[in-house]
Design a protein around this ligand. Structure first.
Ligand code: GDP
Length: 301
């Protein structure tokens, strides 16, 4: 079964890893959000792309879900000693990724080519694509004015109240060829449990239309996020956070929707076929089992 997964950072990476444990590598393509990429310390940093690659390559820090396992922090510590910015934590091994990516981008290589080479170097056999080779930058409209995504997310700890989002550059952005071909030949597209507002919406805006069955997994369990600001964003935008709100968010795309056992009472209100199952991925086994459930569900649609 050929699957295209749409993923943001940690939540998306976990389900992508589960799918990778259940599918032959050539049957899984992951398209990753680049709206939260940014320029920092002179480097181009692609947090979601790196989280997905590190997770698929078995290189991710299992405690945080982002960054590298067995990481050291000498460079960022010394940058701080010199009075430089330390708010965005970049480990020593992780910095090599940003340095080498930035060098290649400056030489004129595309982000998708660089990502493919990095995946080869890390032994990742699945295809991983940035949502576009063009620059898209998520801007968060808040009660304190418009903030660049990482400024809002990491520097300001998501404290400002959200009023809306803007994806700078999205109108001109196109999916990369390989991603478009994978979307055309997929048996289904899986929207991973990532933040609908800032991780999945940018990808959907770039892809625009999906002609294959789409199944989404709720990132909201019992009205709360597992991590991150998705539920806070729903509340601040005047929508009660719930799996139902997520299903409505994706309404125009959905063939099927996967929600947690604790939300089973919402299932009847969702205007798509539903699968109610255990969706919290605390271990590798959880990832593999949820992915297996999702694949069986797709098979039944
Ligand atoms: P970020 O860029 O690291 O914030 O990552 P994402 O956008 O991929 O994911 C954040 C969303 O993933 C949050 O809304 C979380 O609730 C959700 N999430 C994280 N882990 C899990 C999990 O194990 N199960 C489910 N269902 N959602 C999860």
């Amino acid at each position: 079964m050929k699957i295209v997964a749409l993923a943001g950072g940690v939540g998306g990476a976990k389900l992508a890893h589960g799918l990778a444990q259940n599918l032959p590598p050539e049957d899984l393509t992951v398209i990753v959000n680049t709206g939260d990429d940014f320029e920092h310390l002179g480097l181009t940093i692609c947090p979601d792309l790196d989280t997905v690659c590190y997770t698929l390559g078995g290189l991710a820090n299992p405690e945080t879900g982002w960054g590298r396992v067995n990481e050291s922090w000498n460079t960022i510590g010394n940058i701080e000693k010199l009075g430089g910015p330390g708010w965005f934590r970049l480990g020593d091994q992780d910095l090599a990724t940003h340095l080498e990516r930035t060098r290649r981008l400056k030489e004129g290589q595309s982000l998708s080519e660089i990502t493919r080479d990095f995946c080869n170097a890390w032994g990742i056999k699945q295809m991983v694509y940035p949502m576009s080779d063009s620059r898209v930058r998520t801007m968060v409209d808040t009660d304190e004015g418009e903030l660049a995504f990482q400024e809002y997310f990491v520097h300001r700890h998501c404290e400002p109240r959200v009023k809306g989002f803007r994806f700078d550059g999205v109108e001109a952005a196109r999916p990369v060829t390989g991603a478009r071909e994978a979307l055309e030949s997929a048996d289904a597209v899986v929207i991973c449990p990532s933040n609908p507002w800032v991780s999945v919406d940018p990808i959907l805006k770039v892809i625009q239309k999906i002609n294959r069955p789409v199944v989404a997994v709720s990132p909201i369990i019992g009205g709360k996020t597992v991590k991150g600001p998705a539920a806070k964003m729903y509340t601040e935008l005047g929508i009660e956070p719930s799996a139902l709100a997520v299903a409505r968010h994706y309404r125009s795309f959905l063939s099927g929707f996967v929600l947690d056992n604790v939300d089973s009472d919402l299932s009847a209100k969702i205007e798509a076929r539903t699968l109610v199952t255990h969706t919290l991925m605390n271990s590798n086994a959880d990832r593999a089992r949820l992915a297996m459930d999702v694949l069986h569900f797709i098979g039944s649609l």
